[in-house]
Design a protein around this ligand. Structure first.
Ligand SMILES: Nc1ncnc2c1ncn2[C@@H]1O[C@H](COP(=O)(O)OP(=O)(O)OP(=O)(O)O)[C@@H](O)[C@H]1O
Length: 243
């Protein structure tokens, strides 16, 4: 089991030259949060600060209450799945998954059983020996998800994991992630440009614009009648102005 840990960004400042960022957000333990916002608003940067690929210039990132300053990505209680290039091309499915468990591929009994379970859970049973190029795009993403699962980290980060998939497969993968969450209860952060993915999957929404967190709250508020105005604008559905 890897029950979730809360993720908190407290007054976090960062910059790439002209692109400046300021994030404040509390992502509750064990909940699924969708990170949304226009292209270039800072969604990947937000995730990279949590995962430890970037260090804040000011403020604090906390996971499970612990200050992550100076903690490298591999020592954080986090696994991250990127949009693509997740797999080693020369290794079969089962080894790509096993790498999440043992970077030297020396597996004990418990490791082997975790790998087998993750392959079953992601519907990859029977495809263990295939190389990545012998899989569909959706199957490759599932291998990446299986690898993240065997790591059993309390926080799972997905950066547009469904972007390369068609609508039917995307819906299927959303269900897959939801089922995993039901079983494991980890905290999940995911970036999506698709409001319907957020509506299906998220408990919370964080909306970014121009490097800042401009609205956060329960997904049911974002997708209900009382949606925050910046979110309506982002969706292209602003309230008509009075009068
Ligand atoms: N390594 C980098 N060096 C310099 N600038 C960067 C770097 N990474 C991102 N940026 C800039 O920071 C801003 C935010 O980028 P980021 O990738 O976080 O946005 P995003 O919301 O994830 O965008 P998209 O939806 O297009 O993926 C952009 O203006 C981008 O050009």
């Amino acid at each position: 089991m890897s029950a979730g840990l809360a993720v908190q960004l407290d007054n976090v400042g960062f910059g790439y030259g002209e692109a400046q960022f300021h994030f404040d957000a509390l992502l509750p333990a064990g909940e699924i949060t969708a990170i949304m916002g226009p292209s270039g608003s800072g969604k990947s940067t937000f995730l990279n600060l949590v995962a430890g690929f970037e260090e804040p210039h000011g403020g604090t990132v906390r996971i499970g209450g612990a200050d992550m300053a100076g903690v490298p990505p591999w020592q954080r209680p986090v696994s991250m799945i990127f949009q693509e290039n997740n797999l080693f091309a020369h290794l079969p499915v089962e080894k790509n998954v096993a790498l999440g468990r043992a970077p030297n591929l020396k597996l004990g009994e418990a490791d082997r059983s975790a790998v087998a379970q993750a392959l079953q859970a992601t519907g990859l049973g029977g495809k263990e020996k295939r190389l990545p190029h012998e899989l569909s795009g959706g199957e490759r993403q599932r291998v990446a998800i299986a690898r993240a699962l065997v790591r059993e980290r309390p926080v799972l980060i997905l950066d547009e994991p469904f972007a390369s998939l068609g609508p039917a497969l995307r819906a299927e993968m959303v269900e897959e992630v939801r089922a995993l969450h039901r079983r494991r209860g980890m905290t999940i952060l995911f970036v999506t440009h698709h409001p319907e993915d957020a509506e299906r999957l998220a408990d919370q929404v964080v909306l970014l614009d121009d490097g800042r967190t401009i609205a956060t709250g329960p997904a049911q508020d974002f997708f209900g009648a009382a949606a925050p105005e910046p979110f309506r604008r982002y969706l292209g559905k602003p309230l008509p102005s009075p009068g």
